[in-house]
Design a protein around this ligand. Structure first.
Ligand SMILES: Nc1ncnc2c1ncn2[C@@H]1O[C@H](COP(=O)(O)OP(=O)(O)OP(=O)(O)O)[C@@H](O)[C@H]1O
Length: 583
């Protein structure tokens, strides 16, 4: 079981790496520099030992010249190590930043390409932490593995070979004995760090998510006088984070202690083993110096090698979480280009959402060029019908066809290009009024044209009062009223070119007069084109060629206003409810 899990982690990790472009040149340069640095670090102790081996006789003797030459070489090596180290740190930093960026881009591309059903099944905040945090863990591990680990292993094994060649088993034993000390210390410290970091990250994520949700809807908190309760609730989250921070600080202090022990104990082991042999005359002073010099760097490399373990632990969970996202279903379609609008047919379509049947055996035809209205009570499945037409979701049973072709056969972007879609509540993004209007429009629009549409939706005056098309609408277009947003969204839809119109309660936030004017505007611009309109206000769709009446996901009636008035009780009750509401 564990083996399968580990295999799948490596499989996922390799799969993940194959999703991104690696900065090969930077990685190769950093790798070679690190290898060179390790090679220099292997040479320096021997050079120093060479100095100790010299026997000085006279000031001008060749021995002095040799000593000077060794010193110059040592200086050059130290300088090369220093400069190489700086350059390699810089290049590694760039390579890591690029890998991180590429992981983020791949994860972000995937998140935006998911089917609506896959995206809906997850908390959007989860996607954010995958893209921002988890990608960082995977990048750290990857860099350490690709660029630093092999030079590290090269130094460790070369040192063991060099020490074994010194011809004394006790020296080698000293080097081998320090391995378990460092391994145990680093594993312990790694585990403590991992636990405290994970706890801190989780509590930061919880606090961030809570703040994001509550601050966005602060008016509900105020309206229901829940400010004090929310503050008290929030204090709980803050205290939780404080406790996590305390643990992290304690872990850092503990790590410092372990680091000191990891330095002192191996040094003592190496020094004692070497000193005993030196005093016993079993090794020369030069050998002792070479041995001790190698030992100092060796213990640092072993300890660093174990950071790979800690990074791997952090990357393990992150890899699984990102891989899970990368294997989710993408929004994809068939091969066939969708050329032109045509008759749209629902054939015995059923669909469930969140485990509940939302549509049951729904069949109807929208004639090309007709005005088709969908009416029904709250939760009847009206928006779901538009979502299925847009292929945000796929029917569980039955099929939807356009011109007799199953819509799944169409290449998705050419298919969606056939529609102008006005979603419920007319959402918008941060940016200017111009950005709002031009979003999704394939062609550029002049200010004159934009102003013309603003005038059509009775927004020109309000926009000009606020500084015109460059007025910033705020995050989620929050600086606009619901009705203003809806008017702008209608202008955006009309600007995008009236193809087949899908409008989900385009006028729900408008008053009676405004609602009628906007409905008439859509009819005027889209005359002769297919209009599928979800409406609460039945007066705006009574002239529709066909009206579909839905109730709890079932078709109750389908026909003209007059036909339904005569033979569909559900339609009659919707009509009288609507009239009652207006009085
Ligand atoms: N994200 C979701 N997850 C689970 N169920 C959902 C989701 N969105 C909608 N539903 C359910 O699907 C059913 C149909 O919803 P839909 O939005 O299509 O209704 P509607 O007729 O457009 O309603 P309204 O007029 O209130 O907007 C409802 O029972 C609703 O609870």
């Amino acid at each position: 079981m564990t083996e399968t899990r580990n295999q799948s982690i490596w499989k996922n990790f390799i799969h993940l790496i194959r999703q991104i472009r690696l900065p090969v040149l930077f990685l190769a340069s950093a790798f070679l520099l690190n290898l060179g640095k390790a090679a220099i670090e292997l040479t320096i102790p021997e050079k120093i030992a060479g100095l100790a081996d010299l026997e000085f006789t006279a000031v001008n003797s060749p021995v002095v010249k040799t000593a000077v030459s060794i010193c110059l070489t040592l200086f050059a090596l130290a300088l090369a190590e220093f400069v190489g180290g700086l350059v390699s740190t810089y290049i590694t930093y760039i390579a890591k930043a690029r890998i991180h960026r590429n992981f983020q881009a791949a994860a972000s591309r995937k998140v935006f390409s998911l089917t609506a059903a896959e995206a809906e099944a997850r908390d959007p905040k989860e996607f954010i932490s995958r893209i921002t945090t988890d990608t960082g863990f995977v990048s750290d591990f990857l860099i350490d593995l690709l660029v630093i680990e092999i030079p590290r292993l090269y130094f460790i094994t070369s040192t063991l070979v060099k020490v074994s060649r010194m011809g004394n088993g006790s020296l080698l034993l000293g080097f081998i004995l320090i391995i378990p000390v460092i391994v145990l210390g680093a594993l312990w410290s790694g585990r403590v760090t991992y636990k405290s970091q994970t706890r801190l990250q989780n509590s930061i994520a919880r606090l961030t998510a809570r703040l994001a949700e509550k601050v966005e809807h602060v008016e509900i908190i105020k309206a229901y006088n829940k400010t004090e309760d929310e503050i008290a609730d929030g204090d709980g989250f803050i205290d939780e984070m404080k406790a996590a921070q305390k643990k992290t600080t304690m872990a850092a202090a503990f790590n410092q202690l372990i680091a000191n022990i990891l330095y002192a104990v191996p040094t003592l082991i190496i020094m004692t083993a070497g000193a005993i042999l030196l005093l016993g005359g079993d090794i020369t002073t030069a050998q002792f110096i070479a041995y001790f010099g190698l030992g100092a760097t060796y213990q640092k490399y072993i300890a660093d090698h174990l950071t790979l373990w800690v990074l791997g632990k952090k990357a393990q969970g992150a890899t699984l979480r990102i891989s899970e996202i990368l294997t989710l279903n993408e929004d994809s379609g068939g091969e066939q280009k969708a050329g032109r609008p045509d008759d749209l047919r629902f054939e015995h379509v059923s669909f469930s959402r969140g485990g509940t049947k939302t549509l049951s055996d729904v069949s109807f035809t929208v004639k090309n060029g007709s005005k088709f209205a969908i009416v029904g009570g709250s939760g009847a499945g009206k928006s779901t019908l538009l979502n299925l037409i847009e292929q945000f979701y796929r029917p569980e049973q039955g099929r939807i066809t356009l011109g007799g072709v199953d819509i799944r056969e169409f290449e998705i972007s050419s298919y969606r290009n056939l529609f102008s879609y006005l979603p419920q509540n007319a959402p918008g993004f941060d940016g200017t009024v111009r950005d709002f209007l031009c979003y999704g429009s394939g062609t550029p629009h002049s200010d004159e044209e934009l102003n013309k549409f603003l005038k059509e939706v009775d927004m020109l005056e309000a926009v000009e009062l606020n500084g015109g098309l460059d007025y910033e609408v705020g995050p989620g277009a929050s600086k606009l009223s619901g009705g203003q947003r809806q008017r702008l969204a209608v202008a955006r839809m009309l600007l995008a070119g009236t193809k087949m119109v899908l409008a989900d309660e385009a006028t729900s936030a408008l008053d009676y007069e405004g609602s009628g004017r906007i409905a008439a505007l859509i009819d005027r611009y889209a005359a002769g084109k297919t209009r599928i309109i979800v409406a609460h206000d039945l007066s705006t769709v009574q002239d529709a060629d066909t009206i579909l009446v839905l109730n709890k996901g079932r078709v109750m009636g389908c026909g003209s206003h007059e036909e339904l008035k005569n033979c569909c009780p559900e339609y009659r009750s919707l009509l009288s409810a609507g009239e009652g509401a207006k009085q």
